[in-house]
Design a protein around this ligand. Structure first.
Ligand SMILES: NC(=O)c1ccc[n+]([C@@H]2O[C@H](COP(=O)([O-])OP(=O)(O)OC[C@H]3O[C@@H](n4cnc5c(N)ncnc54)[C@H](O)[C@@H]3O)[C@@H](O)[C@H]2O)c1
Length: 315
């Protein structure tokens, strides 16, 4: 099994779970993996030599996570975002097809849908991405669709909502930003009035979806992966205060460009295909806080992982 982006937040969980299940796993990433015994090809997936080395020996399956993952960074660097999220994805698909890969699980996003036009986002939404990040993920999905239809390479595009869990110290998403403010001090910025709603899904539930996508033939095309129950930023602050019992300063800042006004998803398709979220936001957040609260301040300040992630089904 090849995992692109295997040194990242979700990647480290996927690698641990697949290895625990007995799969031979290689990763390809710009950054080293914190565990020395992981088989890694270090480099840029967009580099043809790196891609060739990554697929050398042949794999049945690929989990494609490597990407420019920050919405704001994608707005600042649209060409880099295109090169990584589209051109490298096309190169990966072509090399995978030629080397006999049978299935690709691709980390997409509900940001492909753009502003909500119905009660909840499903796979049937017309795509109106608001940022280079959303647009390049949509393009990745289209390429996956073509490779499935033209070459029989089964591709499952998991449209993830906001993923949180253990080992997210390097992330800039809301849960990590809150944990940093609580541990390091400072002020938490609420972008806009804080009533915007988001869906939060535990990384262990994302790993379960990846494993189903790799093994079940009916996982093909886009599949929405989210808890199905959204919280406003103000709700999240309430849960965080309750779980951590911490006091912290907040201030309102202007909304960030490209922010989706609301994200409410309906994961019925995934449910019908054997997946269901197992971890509530409160339970998952308690585990995250347990991890952050015992980390030393230097580790938190460096954004370094606190501990190796395990395959034990944590948040
Ligand atoms: N975390 C979320 O909330 C979320 C939500 C929706 C979708 N996703 C998608 O899930 C995937 C994984 O996200 P994550 O949160 O683990 O992100 P992450 O940034 O922690 O991990 C991404 C990894 O990809 C690597 N990478 C980036 N560009 C590369 C390149 N050109 N060549 C090789 N490696 C490269 C990075 O070094 C990093 O280790 C991404 O595709 C992301 O878009 C994540």
């Amino acid at each position: 099994m090849l995992v692109t982006g295997g040194s990242g937040f979700i990647g480290r969980h996927v690698v641990a779970a697949l290895a625990e299940a007995g799969a031979y796993v290689r990763i390809v990433d710009l950054l080293p993996h914190p565990e020395a015994d992981v088989d890694i090809v270090l480099g840029d997936l967009a580099d043809p030599d790196v891609l060739t080395a990554a697929l050398a020996g042949g794999f049945d399956a690929v989990v494609h996570l490597a990407a420019v993952t920050s919405v704001l960074r994608s707005i600042e660097h649209p060409e880099l975002t295109y090169n990584t999220n589209v051109a490298a994805t096309q190169a990966l698909l072509e090399a995978a097809r030629k080397s006999g890969v049978e299935v690709i699980a691709f980390a997409s996003t509900n940001a492909v849908a753009g502003p909500m036009r119905s009660r909840a986002i499903t796979e049937h939404e017309q795509l109106h991405p608001l940022t280079p990040y959303g647009a390049t993920k949509a393009a990745g999905e289209m390429l996956m669709s073509a490779y499935t239809a033209s070459y029989g390479l089964r591709c499952a595009c998991l449209r993830l909502t906001n993923v949180y869990g253990l080992g997210m110290q390097a992330k800039d998403s809301i849960v990590a930003r809150l944990m940093r403010v609580i541990r390091l001090g400072g002020t938490f910025e609420i972008y806009g009035d804080g009533t915007q709603v988001r869906d939060y899904v535990a990384v262990s539930d994302v790993v379960a979806a990846v494993r189903l996508a790799l093994t079940r033939e009916d996982w093909q095309g886009p599949v929405v992966i989210g808890s199905g129950s959204s919280l406003s930023v103000l709700d999240v602050l309430d849960v965080v205060r309750e779980v951590t019992q911490a006091e912290f300063d907040v201030r309102h800042a202007p909304p960030k460009p490209g922010e989706m006004p609301a994200v409410v998803v309906d994961p019925s398709l995934a449910r019908g295909r054997g997946w269901s979220p197992q971890t509530s936001f409160e339970v998952g957040l308690r585990r995250v806080w347990e991890e952050w609260s015992r980390a030393d301040l230097a580790t938190v300040a460096a954004g370094a992982p606190v501990a190796p992630v395990s395959a034990g089904g944590h948040a």
